[in-house]
Design a protein around this ligand. Sequence first.
Ligand SMILES: [Zn+2]
Length: 381
Amino acid sequence: MLKSMTSAKRVRFRSNPRKDQFNNVLRQRVDAYFKDNNISPHANTEMYIKTVLSAVMWIACFSTVLSGILDGSPWLLIGLYTVWGFVNVFIAFNIMHDATHDAYSENPKINKIMGYSMDFIGGNQYLFRRMHGAHHGYVNIHGIDVTMESHGMFRFTPAEPWKPFHKYQHIYTFILYSLAMFHWVVAKDIKWMFGETHIGNQKNIQHPLKEKIILIIGKTWYFGTALALPLILTGAPWWAVAVGFVSMHILPGLYFALIFQVTHVYEGTTYPLPDDRGDIHNNYALHVLETTADFSRKSRFGSWLMGGINIHVIHHIFPRICHTHYPALTDILKETADEFGLEYQENERFIPALKKHYGMLKHLSKKDAHVPTIGKSAMYA
Ligand SMILES: [Zn+2]
């Protein structure tokens, strides 16, 4: 019932001047930050270094596998494949994510070119832009946010119909997270491009032929470089290459899924629902404050490694700003939220964030789980 209602309506944020005030002040201060410091909101030197480093690390992994020096050490080869998988996640977090948000450069063509890093590492830029976009605009809204959608396998929102096996979701979810990247690369993209015709609440989607061809080229490149060429050109045992290829996605996939999931599904989040006209009565920035939490913000190395995915609140409010600016902007966000009596949610480290994610999965494993639909922004009604 709820799902069909959400799907049938175009969901919109209906704010009011009191709620917009926070957003207006925040935007003015963020604009002033770039103006006063005379810097661009897009890539800076740190980002260019990351780009070069990504290419160097990828080439190092690929050429070492192909050189055959680990042909006689299958377990080292499998270890190297795992490192290669982490390099791919580094590229996804640090380059692809910014590029597909048009945050890398002010030039759309450069963003498009850098966005093909997604195809380079086994995904698909076109699908990512569409699906991640459906998540971005509608965080934690059941029926639209595609990251909440799992064909009933998980219960990430209280609006997801409860099934008896959800009782154990706080246990099996972590096992399935580790398979998520492998599934994404070998099946998910293909299924979404050639099978499904919906994304979130958008129906009857016809994907352009050009994008279908690009997907086939991208997958051929990925399976060719990571699987076929090592099988053909090296003397490594076939099983070591096959196990290596799978393990390239297991631990890196778990890392990828957890870093993302703890920022939205955690004890303390809210799950706003549209009314029967499809309206969410909030300002989007306030909605983000109540559905998103940062972690390890002050860890310079951690934030560098994760491409600022851990500094997620500011990313949702300003997705077109390159992640290298997030630490400074989050100080502005925190100060502004304090002034307005709003809560900026964060965990100092990853482990407390993980515990809250586990806690929410456990809570939602119960049929009668209740989670608020709005937080402190209710006082600006
Ligand atoms: Zn994003």
